[in-house]
Design a protein around this ligand. Structure first.
Ligand SMILES: Cc1cc2nc3c(=O)[nH]c(=O)nc-3n(C[C@H](O)[C@H](O)[C@H](O)COP(=O)(O)OP(=O)(O)OC[C@H]3O[C@@H](n4cnc5c(N)ncnc54)[C@H](O)[C@@H]3O)c2cc1C
Length: 393
């Protein structure tokens, strides 16, 4: 049967010759989805990795070893550093170029207009790029997804189907954690079949939260196809120039310290005093301070010294920040949303301080101290001081 959309394209990110781990995770998940897809629909659709850069041809083979069937690469000096305008343009060209689409799988040559599905990383680069590429391709985008299913779904909808019942075959169901991760939203990107507004929405695309999926084991024996795409670049695409590039090292160190003291919105009653208490606790334990994502948005007014030191994105623990495997992790005033838990679940020993014993963090900790941090932390500090005194004596 003729179909205008086929294959699953994965947009790869890399820095200095190394893949970002999330790129390999996406390839792994794409492989699992398409293996099921091909056996269910008796088809031969491909996992297509798309990689842009300069001097990157050798990286293509590795993407096949990690699970891609086909790699489309664009190697050009102007693609060395990521610039949104030019990357958007080239990825959009790759997604619509007839010859490249035909080369992916000659079985479907002549019929394909665009990819069926498209994955980007939900990091600062991928979130921006996915939105601009999908605008260019005039389709929809679901952001920050952590579960994917491909299903035939039946639905009737006033706007989409004009009220009649329709089967949407091979629909990508994109699941996203919302409301602090306590509710799932399913996002669908469906063609308008309503005769009054007929219009296609392909590719069905999403950005994927890093760390959610497992990459496949690299298999040097895997074989696939590598296609070069020569980009069409105009001078006007190059108005932003990269003159130099400097990687700014974070001053926050979550690797070395054996203990992390994290705080969340539970500081709300006395933010200034509570953060000072947490600072004191961290000092006694020689610990680094972590925070939940909402704290990085500066929801409370505190002195400039505390604000600029602690309420910053660099300290976020979770899917939008750091992952830690500290020996001791103390979570004060943290509810335990899944995005935060992802960042601390590999810790050795977890203590939570929270007055709400129904808070999900209770299921993630070794010791749950039911109480307000204002009351609990001074007692902890006093006890730690006593113990240190005993050890030193
Ligand atoms: C795409 C996406 C990515 C995200 N990424 C991250 C991420 O990387 N990291 C992250 O942390 N979040 C992330 N989030 C947000 C996450 O879903 C939660 O909203 C957030 O973790 C909740 O932060 P919290 O625990 O500080 O606040 P809340 O959920 O409001 O919890 C505050 C807790 O403090 C307790 N409390 C109240 N008073 C006190 C007191 N006096 N003493 C002690 N405890 C008290 C309350 O009982 C409550 O359990 C993300 C969300 C989305 C949608």
């Amino acid at each position: 049967m003729t179909e205008n959309y086929r294959h699953l394209y994965v947009v790869i990110e890399h820095i200095d010759g190394e893949f970002l781990h999330v790129s390999l995770e996406m390839i792994g998940e794409a492989r699992r989805l398409l293996d099921n897809f091909n056996s269910k629909y008796s088809s031969n659709e491909k996992v297509v990795a798309v990689i842009l850069g300069y001097d990157i041809k050798d990286m293509s083979k590795q993407l096949i070893e990690y699970g891609a069937d086909v790699v489309i690469y664009s190697d050009h000096p102007e693609l060395k550093d990521i610039r949104n305008t030019i990357y958007t343009k080239v990825i959009s060209q790759i997604s619509q170029d007839k010859k490249t689409l035909d080369d992916v799988e000659p079985l479907y040559a002549g019929e394909i207009k665009r990819p069926r599905y498209m994955f980007f990383a939900a990091d600062s680069i991928g979130r921006h790029l996915s939105s601009t590429v999908l605008t260019e391709l005039e389709s929809g985008l679901a952001s920050d997804i952590n579960q994917l299913v491909i299903e035939d779904i039946e639905m009737s909808h006033q706007q989409k189907t004009g009220g009649s019942k329709e089967i949407y075959a091979k629909t990508l169901e994109m699941y996203r954690p919302d409301f602090s991760g306590f509710l799932w939203t399913t996002i669908l990107c469906l063609d308008n079949r309503n005769p009054a507004f007929k219009r296609d929405y392909h590719p069905q695309a999403c950005s994927i939260i890093p760390g959610v999926f497992e990459p496949l084991k690299q298999d040097p024996k895997r074989e696939g196809k590598i296609i070069e795409f020569i980009p069409k670049i105009d001078d006007k695409d190059l108005r932003v120039k990269v003159l130099s590039r400097k990687v700014i090292q974070s001053e926050v160190d979550f690797e070395t310290p054996r203990t992390i003291v994290s705080f969340g919105r539970g500081v709300k009653d006395e933010p200034e005093q509570n953060i000072k208490l947490l600072e004191q606790l961290a000092k006694e334990l020689n610990a680094e301070i972590g925070i939940t994502l909402p704290i990085s948005k500066k929801p409370f007014l505190v002195s400039q010294a505390l604000d600029s030191k602690y309420m910053i994105p660099d300290r976020v623990i979770g899917t939008s920040g750091h992952k830690t495997s500290a020996m001791l992790y103390i979570a004060a005033g943290v509810s335990g949303a899944m995005q935060h838990v992802w960042g601390m679940k590999d810790s050795g020993f977890v203590v939570a301080i929270n007055p709400d014993e129904n808070a999900p963090i209770k299921d993630e900790c070794d010791i749950f101290i039911k109480g307000r941090m204002e009351d609990v932390i001074p007692m902890l500090i006093e006890e730690i001081k006593k113990q240190i005194h005993i050890i030193e004596a």
